[in-house]
Design a protein around this ligand. Structure first.
Ligand code: GLV
Ligand code: MN
Ligand code: MN
Length: 431
């Protein structure tokens, strides 16, 4: 290498600000949900930036977009960096975009320095990490890891009625000249920088989180069905009211699940009554359930508890309960050797580190099935995320990108010395 590559924090900050304009909301956040027009604009901008730096582009059937800075031996599997550009409906400027744009900054830093790496370094922007428009989340990376798009995903409908397959086709068509490559090409390793989305690093004033693993997630859609009836004329004992049942059910679950297990997370983020008329007892109520736990057995037990409670409450109200699984992501531990790669890189840059587990799921969860994988966390203000107020101090953005660059260099050195890191992510033990 001719000179040591270095991050340019002001360039990265300007990029983050530029991407935050795409889908900007009046309250300072971003609404750039997966496979919408905004998402397509963000991809097109990333592709333009790549071409301007001479990086090669390709996309796959899931519209994952790859940028490649070639290495000495094109036949060697690349080191892959990445994250996502889609957001929550009231999302922040950093969730996902930080990892993609810091990854781009790493590629640019290598390019600026004229660095010659033994293998290519690639950046990927994964499709539909958030999962709020089309479930499941982390869809693009899961398709990459399993080598196919699950047929039922193609038919998935967004709350706005759009069909996933149609939105994918429109998205792929935005970059018509970009090579369409098969899903799941071999990679040497994967590194992802992301904001912590929780309060630990900020509280400890540590700039670099070394993520030990990701807790498990289950998403369910629950529907309680009763009988539509007149609001004014129907006495209590004639009602089969699914909303009354849902209210009792959710009050009971909120009162039990998290209070009885500090590691459990239970969230109902979407609820809809049909037909949604002010003066009719609803016929049905549908809501989503998001369950998280670091222990797979306890996560499964939580799901069982939700299902049983729903059936019980439905029966009490002479309603029925039905369930549609939307996502199941078992907990995962990242390989120790990859945690050490990050610690080595951060250490070289003089950046203190702290090990912690991720409460959020990430694309890295799926990629870990294909290759040695690890994640770096960056502190965020007040631990706030999935909120337009999400913010990261500039010094932490710079530190996170530097840690990503240095971890990449540390991995490349190891790989060039022939020290292979074979370990894949492993099922997480109770924790
Ligand atoms: C990711 O967005 C998550 O919900 O954990
Ligand atoms: Mn994210
Ligand atoms: Mn998110």
């Amino acid at each position: 290498m001719s000179r040591r590559p270095a991050i340019r924090p002001e360039r990265l900050a300007a990029r983050l600000a530029r991407f935050a304009e795409i889908g900007a909301t009046p309250r300072g956040g971003v609404n750039r949900q997966a496979l919408t027009e905004g998402d397509r604009q963000a991809r097109a901008l990333l592709a333009d930036l790549a071409l301007a730096r001479g990086f090669a582009l390709r996309q796959d059937d899931a519209a994952n977009l790859f940028l490649r800075r070639e290495g000495g031996d094109p036949a060697l599997p690349p080191l892959l960096l990445g994250s996502h550009l889609d957001t929550q409906p009231t999302g922040g400027r950093f969730d996902g975009a930080l990892g993609v744009l810091a990854g781009f900054e790493v590629l640019e830093a290598l390019e600026d320095a004229g660095a010659r790496t033994g293998r290519a370094v690639e950046l990927v922007s994964w499709t539909n990490e958030e999962g709020c428009r089309f479930a499941p989340g982390a869809m693009g990376s899961q398709a990459f890891a399993q080598g196919q798009i699950a047929p039922e995903w193609r038919e998935a409908r967004a709350p706005d009625g759009a069909r996933l397959d149609d939105e994918l086709a429109l998205t792929l068509a935005v970059l018509p000249g970009v090579l369409l490559a098969p899903l799941g090409s071999p990679i040497a390793a994967y590194l992802e920088l992301h904001i912590e989305q929780g309060p630990i690093l900020e509280r400890e004033d540590v700039p670099v989180g070394v993520v030990t693993g990701i807790q498990g997630t289950i998403w369910l859609e629950v529907t309680l069905t009763g009988q539509a009836a007149h609001a004014g004329t129907t006495p209590l004992d004639f009602r089969r009211d699914p909303l009354a049942a849902a209210t009792r059910l959710l009050a009971a679950l909120h009162g039990e699940v998290m209070p009885s297990d500090p590691q459990a997370r239970f969230t109902v983020g979407r609820i809809e009554a049909s037909p949604g008329s002010v003066n009719a007892v609803p016929e049905s109520v549908t809501f989503t359930v998001d369950l998280r736990h670091p222990d797979a057995a306890r996560l499964a037990a939580l799901e069982q508890r939700v299902r049983e409670a729903a059936m019980r409450e439905a029966e009490r109200a002479r309603c029925t309960a039905s369930f549609r699984p939307l996502a199941h992501m078992p907990p995962l531990a990242f390989p120790e050797a990859m945690l050490e790669v990050i610690e080595t890189g951060a250490g070289r840059a003089g950046l203190p580190t702290l090990r912690l587990i991720s409460g959020a799921f990430h694309d890295a969860l799926h990629v870990a099935r294909c290759a040695p994988t690890a994640m770096i966390f960056c502190p965020c203000r007040d631990g706030i995320s999935h909120n337009e107020a999400e913010d990261v101090e500039p010094r932490f953005v710079a530190a996170g990108a530097t840690a990503l660059l240095e971890a990449s260099l540390a991995f490349l050195e190891r790989a060039e010395m022939g020290t292979s890191i074979e370990t894949r992510g492993a099922a997480m033990r109770a924790g």
